[in-house]
Ligand binder design. Structure first.
Ligand SMILES: NC(=O)c1ccc[n+]([C@@H]2O[C@H](COP(=O)([O-])OP(=O)(O)OC[C@H]3O[C@@H](n4cnc5c(N)ncnc54)[C@H](O)[C@@H]3O)[C@@H](O)[C@H]2O)c1
Ligand SMILES: [Zn+2]
Ligand SMILES: [Zn+2]
Length: 389
């Protein structure tokens, strides 16, 4: 089959690879109908997250049709149109039982790659480095889905492929980020980043009852999407001297009740701190440019919540003193998708959530290299590219 493969830093190619096979009786094989790009892919494409190997098939956000079923699969069947969260979870271990699906104890086949750094291995993820399990990704014609009874969710009739594909990752990640904020009536939630994840976090904060949602970015088309599709107020961080000061003014001097970082380790920004991070990142002395997270910690009100969705490695100058003295709560995780997908599909069926506006570009997988180039450089207003094999 044809698949989009990583061959080195900033080197992707569409290649022929062998078809996936059932290796465990709980597996299914999915014929991919749609897959999409994610900001998380950029971190290993750009070389900041190591342990990719040449020839690895990338892509972790996808949906499709089940074409082959392992002998122990019970809940899903051949022919079903399903969406699959990006983290692979067994459904049985202590973590899965606590609904902490991305922390599953049983789906990382190479724990020795994570344990020295993390202490304990996380769950595995499709198409996302050997440090995260080395599973083949979904920018391909077919993909193997382990623990299919836990990982496959039937897409209701009437929900289009290109809306369902975002229930794999962008939407549950955003929803989890808003859920972490424990939104109360009257709350203001500020979200750094108006990419797919940030916009889904903003929409979710609204669904959970936030009175005001403020989106922060610099790209005019994304700020416009935040206003138009979510009803957020917006701040262009390049057009203000200080985002925290602007937020303070907008909230009567108090600051937002909760803040969400949907930017991560490749934040951009004006000023000296950005230049410092850029140089250290380029020299591999830190992996992260932490502008957005530092700003969010400064801007949130005393006693507020900082919800971190952006992916990080090692950051310099993490302002622990602010966290401590302001009495902040930090919540963060890789997405526990399986905990949120049923609820999100219900919102979609009721017409309260339609993430399909994230799909600014549609392409055949054969054009995957061009698609990722557009996504990375955000050319032509690109927010997310949806690929069909
Ligand atoms: N926790 C999870 O499970 C999970 C899942 C998916 C993605 N992520 C992470 O979430 C982050 C966002 O993902 P995405 O797909 O939306 O990425 P994206 O690249 O499409 O969007 C990131 C946005 O952040 C904006 N930005 C950059 N610097 C900023 C700053 N200083 N202030 C405000 N905005 C700034 C960019 O302009 C861009 O619009 C990434 O770090 C990604 O790895 C985490
Ligand atoms: Zn993702
Ligand atoms: Zn588990």
């Amino acid at each position: 089959m044809r698949a989009l493969c990583w061959n080195g830093v900033n080197d992707l190619q569409v290649e022929s690879v062998s078809d996936p096979e059932i290796v465990n009786p709980h597996d299914v094989i999915l014929k991919v109908r749609a897959s999409t790009t994610c900001g998380s892919d950029l971190h290993f494409i750009d070389g900041y997250i190591p342990t990719m190997k040449p020839g690895d098939v990338i892509g972790h956000e996808f949906m499709g049709e089940i074409v082959e079923v392992g002998s122990a699969v019970e809940r899903v069947r051949k022919g079903m149109r399903v969406v699959v969260p990006s983290f692979i979870s067994c459904g049985q271990c202590w973590y899965c039982q606590q609904k902490l699906y991305s922390l599953c104890d049983n789906t990382h086949p190479k724990p020795e790659l994570q344990e020295p750094l993390f202490g304990y291995p996380t769950a595995g993820i499709y198409g996302y480095t050997h440090a995260f399990g080395g599973y083949a990704g979904a920018h391909a014609e077919y993909v193997r889905v382990p623990f299919a009874d836990i990982g496959c969710f039937e897409v209701p009739e009437g929900v289009a492929d290109e809306a369902a594909v975002f229930i794999s990752d962008a939407a549950p990640t955003g929803f989890m980020g808003a859920d972490f904020c424990n939104v109360q009536p009257g709350d203001t939630v500020a979200v750094w980043g108006c990419g797919g994840v940030g916009l889904m976090a903003q929409k979710s904060a609204r669904l959970l009852g936030a009175e005001r949602v403020i989106g922060i970015d610099r790209l005019p088309e994304r700020l416009e999407a935040a206003r138009h599709h979510v009803g957020s107020e917006t701040i262009d961080y390049m057009a203000t001297d200080s985002v925290p000061e602007t937020l303070k003014e907008m909230t009567g001097g108090r600051g937002p009740d909760a803040v969400i970082d949907a930017v991560g380790m490749e934040a951009h920004g004006p000023g000296l701190q950005y230049a410092y991070d850029r140089v250290k990142q380029a020299m591999m002395l830190e992996t992260d440019r932490g502008q957005a997270l530092r700003e969010a910690i400064r801007a949130v009100r005393k006693g507020g919540t900082v919800s971190v969705l952006g992916v990080y490695g090692l950051m310099d100058k993490f302002p622990m003193g602010l966290v401590m003295n302001k009495g902040l709560t930090i919540r963060t995780a890789q997405q526990h998708g399986q905990a949120y997908v049923p609820r999100l599909l219900e919102y979609m069926q009721r017409g309260e959530l339609d993430p399909s506006f994230l799909a600014t570009h549609r392409m055949r997988l054969a054009d995957g290299v061009r698609g990722y180039d557009m996504f990375k450089h955000k050319t032509d207003g690109c927010m997310r590219v949806v690929f069909t094999p």
